[in-house]
Design a protein around this ligand. Structure first.
Ligand SMILES: [Zn+2]
Length: 546
């Protein structure tokens, strides 16, 4: 317990430092914020870009077998249908009609076996009743007996509109399919039958369960006002048996042609360009395509600072291989992932491999490893490495009707390559870097906080200051040194606020490895004092040696 508290304190200290020193702010903070979004300040941008550039250099520029791509965020909706995201990147949500609390339907229904049995009973019984009704053309002409039967099936209200028994049977068939994924009318009926109460208000007034797709949708073109798909229902008053027509707008607008999604991952933008790159570059197998960029997920509960946000950045690679070699290639990527963690300055003992067991893996994956890191919030996923077989290219070949086969040069051998996918989250890498770097120690009897950032990641490499800012000759000399270093290293900061002690403290907190101070001796001997962040040691260095 005390360990957990210490860790949370550390997390809070990091979040507070990140805000105070201009790394990361809450998104739209000035307007009260927008949950699950974060804005990067001047130092945060630098740190993030340094991480992304390091990755690009390591996995693209320094290799012969890698090709970079940068696909559009908005993609043809067929991409997400083929990949399964439209159908399966969803959660079933059920709402309490009394207090509007929302629950995951598949979480609130705990006895899955019982649910399954009742589901089958309900739909076969309902179908028998509907078939036996011989309904007339208009629901306004239903007899009391017919109304009672329908109310028996659908509950007190909202009998679906239809023009024939056949249509009502189709409606039931569709809902049977939905209900097996905890969607539609049946979860409501089931919870009512079981007298399951809302945990918040204690009432039992459930609404139909709806899909909640984690993809953000928007629409292309000017007709976006009219895309809502509508369903007609008849409300039947239990007492008077009076029938009234109601129109219900469906939030689920997946069927409309002008819906587009903000991509929930960058990987599909790589797969859709596989053929293009093969045709332009004729790469030998194995080869990889890499992409960095924004992705979006409508998380129900974003949490833990930048760890789970609704808008985030990914760095993904699809590495195309001959399936015969998959094990060796996979093991090679395991080593490369560890090399990456090392380049980020993450202590090896805090990086863990979690073999995902077969039951938890996607059906097409023969092996998946989640790489976890000991964050202050606990051990959580840092990045993933998955062997995806030919699942994605198979889908594209089938759905787009384009040939995805790779022909081995100088032979007639052709096959659809298999894929190993290392998938890196930028914010998780950044949070791991901050967690590993955050250090407290004591200097001259005072508590000191500093970020032990690796030099190649630090947003500021050198801070340059004159010993006294009211001595023009010192300022002029320090400006000279600043200009030289700025030209050489780029990320150099001019800092003449407060006294030297305060400057050191500030630079320690943002992880600046070296502070350079120009004093009166500098005017004579052309040397400066350079102070090292981690050791706080100071030494004299000639300016031309910096
Ligand atoms: Zn409630």
């Amino acid at each position: 317990m005390s360990d957990k508290n210490t860790k949370n304190e550390k997390m809070e200290a990091i979040v507070s430092l990140a805000k105070r020193r201009g790394f990361i702010y809450q998104g739209s903070e000035v307007y009260g914020g927008l949950s699950g979004t974060w804005d990067y300040g001047p130092l945060g941008v630098s740190l993030k870009r340094n991480i992304m550039s390091l990755w690009w250099k390591m996995f693209v520029e320094d290799r012969e077998d890698m090709y970079g791509v940068d696909a559009a965020i908005l993609m043809n909706q067929k991409v997400w249908k083929a990949s399964g995201h439209v159908d399966t990147f969803t959660d079933p949500l059920i709402t309490c009609g009394n207090c509007q609390s929302r629950y995951r339907a598949d979480h609130i229904i705990t006895d899955k076996e019982d649910y399954k049995i009742e589901l089958e009973n309900f739909f076969s019984r309902s179908k028998d009743i509907v078939t036996g009704l011989h309904l007339s053309e208009s629901p306004f002409d239903y007899s009391e007996e017919q109304i009672n039967s329908l109310v028996g099936i659908f509950g007190e209200a909202r009998v679906p509109a239809h023009e024939s028994v056949k249509q009502l049977e189709e409606y039931l068939d569709n809902h049977h399919k939905l209900a097996s994924s905890y969607l539609g009318i049946f979860p409501r009926i089931y919870l009512s039958n079981k007298k399951t109460m809302c945990a918040k208000c204690g009432q039992c007034e459930w609404q139909d369960a709806q899909t909640f797709n984690m993809m953000f949708t928007t629409t292309i073109g000017p007709s976006s006002m009219n895309v809502l798909d509508k369903q007609i229902f008849y409300d039947i008053d239990k007492g008077t048996k009076k029938v009234t027509e109601v129109t219900v707008s469906q939030e689920n607008i997946d069927n409309t042609d002008n819906t587009v999604y903000l991509r929930p991952e960058t990987a599909q933008g790589i797969f859709t360009n596989y053929r293009n790159v093969v045709d332009s570059f004729y790469p030998d197998l194995p080869f990889g395509l890499a992409q960095q960029g924004k992705a979006f997920r409508n998380e129900i509960s974003p949490r833990d600072f930048i760890f789970r946000a609704r808008e985030f950045e990914q760095m993904e690679i699809e590495y195309f291989i001959d399936p015969a070699n998959w094990e060796a290639e996979f093991n090679n990527w395991v080593s490369l992932v560890h090399a990456w963690a090392d380049a980020l300055g993450l202590p090896a003992e805090n990086v863990h491999e979690l073999e995902v067991p077969e039951a938890d893996r996607a059906h097409y994956s023969k092996r998946t490893i989640d790489f976890e890191f000991d964050f202050p919030i606990g051990r959580e996923e840092l990045l993933g490495l998955a062997y995806r077989g030919s699942f994605d290219l198979d889908n594209i070949q089938r759905e787009a009707g384009k040939n995805m086969a790779y022909v081995v040069k100088g032979t007639n051998t052709k096959f659809i390559p298999h894929v190993i996918e290392p998938s890196f989250g930028v914010e998780r890498a950044l949070m791991a870097v901050l967690s590993a770097a955050y250090t407290e120690d004591e200097v001259n009897g005072e508590k000191r906080v500093y970020l032990k950032l690796p030099e190649h990641l630090a947003p500021v490499k050198y801070a340059v200051s004159p010993l006294l800012k009211n001595k023009p000759e010192l300022v002029a000399k320090a400006r000279e040194v600043y200009a030289i270093l700025k030209k050489k290293h780029g990320n150099v900061m001019w800092d003449d606020n407060g006294n030297i002690g305060k400057r050191y403290r500030r630079q320690d907190e943002i992880g600046t490895p070296y502070c350079v101070v120009v004093d009166f001796d500098s005017l004579e001997d052309n040397s400066v004092t350079i102070r090292e962040r981690d050791t706080t040691e100071q030494k004299r260095v000639v300016i031309s040696d910096l």
